[in-house]
Ligand binder design. Structure first.
Ligand SMILES: [Zn+2]
Length: 487
């Protein structure tokens, strides 16, 4: 990963840290006045320098030759901290140690005086991951901290940190880094390597980093690994495009399989990583445009010009999406994109789209006595059924449905079979009463069971109104127009 490059940028004093100017000044002053707080809370996205500054602070308060609030980087304590073997600095990743026992261990440590330094410093990263009991234990310590203890709590999710902890800490909000700050660091790092990169290309990567140095270095690392001797902006664009494409494909897989929990987690994960959700939504829309083009005519695939693997995935997804599902997905994502610029909660529009596109899985209802109670599970067809085969044996289907449920027949007779697509059998009805009858869960289960008996495979029945099908077709046409113009 980017660790190699990341290590090249290891600021060892406050003045070497790029960005976060106010925070640096306050911390440096606290060291100079020998009045550090007992608890600091560093919040902000990942990769913006929270742990870097925490370590410099730990060094500065323990330095034997501290000058003007800066560590000397030469004394025994400074060197020990730099080499990660300083007994009075404890770094804990709360993501892996959330239990109360671990916090108790730490608190045991707090009581004892520092062994070699002036302060015992505890850096707890991702502090929001601590359990409630662990927070309570920590709170007790923060209420009466020993004079020699300094806690630096770092978090990417301040809203998950209890107010009682926040109120006992000095809080610093780290901001995303600007493109020019990231470029400044890039320049330093690149000067230290054999990498050659066009200024425009460098700027593109810094922009794509979206305020996180860590992300920027990870992209730079990926691009450097392609072994180009002189990285150009068109290479960077191509690689960034690939990253966006594969992320969109992963997301769309979850939407297609109606995996609500998975899709919600996906959105939360990319948000947690500090990615720009507006840019993500836009990438998904750009990808949906390709899906639409291939759905309309598979010949378009050749013109899109993707690598074999991405093209195969695109074809698979285009085939897996019915026009109804595809137009609904485009509509919801367009709405999410529109809302994304207005919302104060970045995740919300995407989560709303996910909820709309992934129907809630409910438990099988208890069926009335007069019907048998077959259970249904969905799987892809083992043989390919076509519309002709369904129509040919439709009379058998109706006859069998009658065995289960008389009232279902009259509604079913009024509908027409629109198509069969993967394992979805799409039926269309002129009136909503009949559509609703078929769509009632117990009736749909009966019908699906009968289809299984007649055709020997699991099919999912989807029902629509004639009028909606017309609207969906219009929508699809409209979507082609909208996406055709670009977003
Ligand atoms: Zn020192």
């Amino acid at each position: 990963m980017s660790e190699v490059l990341y290590r090249k940028y290891r600021p060892q004093r406050f003045s070497e840290v790029v960005g976060q100017k106010t925070i640096k000044t306050i911390l440096q002053n606290a060291v100079r006045l020998q009045k550090p707080a007992h608890a600091y809370l560093f919040c902000g996205p990942r990769g913006v320098g929270k742990t870097t500054l925490a370590r410099i602070l730990a060094k500065a308060v323990n330095c034997k030759e501290v000058k003007d609030g800066e560590p000397c980087n030469g004394c025994l304590n400074c060197v020990a901290i730099q080499e990660g073997r300083f007994l009075d600095l404890l770094e804990i990743d709360a993501a892996s140690y959330t239990g109360v026992e671990n916090i108790r261990d730490i608190i045991e440590h707090v009581k004892f005086s520092p062994s070699i330094g002036r302060y015992k410093v505890f850096i707890i990263d991702e502090v929001h991951m601590l359990s409630k009991a662990a927070f309570n234990a920590l709170l007790k310590t923060l209420e009466e901290p020993p004079a020699h203890a300094i806690f630096v709590l770092a978090t990417t999710e301040i809203n998950k940190v209890p107010a009682t902890i926040i109120s006992r800490s000095q809080r610093f909000d780290f901001r995303r880094m600007s493109v020019s700050e990231i470029l400044e660091i890039f320049d330093k790092i690149i000067a230290d390597t054999t990498l050659k990169i066009e200024p425009e290309a460098e700027k593109l990567i810094a922009g794509a980093a979206d305020g996180s140095l860590r992300d920027g270095l990870s992209i730079l690392d990926q691009i450097a690994s392609f072994g180009s001797t002189n990285i150009t902006s068109s290479e960077v664009e191509e690689i960034l495009g690939l990253v966006r494409l594969s992320t969109s494909q992963l997301f769309l897989d979850l939407i297609i399989s109606e995996n609500r929990a998975g899709a919600v987690k996906f959105v939360k994960d990319i948000s947690f990583e500090g990615r720009d959700l507006v840019q993500f939504t836009r990438s998904v829309l750009e990808y949906l445009r390709l899906v639409l083009l291939v759905r309309v005519d598979e010949k378009n695939l050749a013109e899109i010009g993707l690598a074999a693997e991405e093209a195969a995935k695109l074809r698979q997804q285009a085939t897996a999406m019915s026009p109804v599902k595809l137009s609904a997905t485009i509509r919801e994502m367009l709405e999410a994109f529109r809302q994304s610029k207005l919302t104060p909660v970045a995740e919300m529009p995407l989560l709303m789209a996910v909820l709309a596109l992934t129907p809630e899985k409910t438990n099988i209802e208890v069926l009335p006595q007069e019907t048998k109670s077959p259970t249904t599970s969905y799987s892809l067809p083992t043989t390919i059924l076509d519309l002709g085969m369904i129509v040919d044996r439709w009379a058998d289907v109706l006859a069998k449905v009658k065995e289960y449920n008389h009232s279902l027949i009259s509604s079913l007779r009024l509908g027409r079979i629109l198509k069969i697509e993967n394992a979805d059998l799409v039926l269309v009805f002129p009136y909503s009463f009949h559509r609703d009858t078929i769509d009632a869960r117990k009736n749909r289960i009966v019908l699906e069971q009968v289809l299984d008996e007649v055709f020997g495979q699991k099919l999912r029945v989807k029902v629509f109104l004639e009028k909606d099908i017309k609207e969906e077709n219009d929508l699809l046409a409209e979507a082609v127009k909208v996406l055709g113009k670009g977003i």
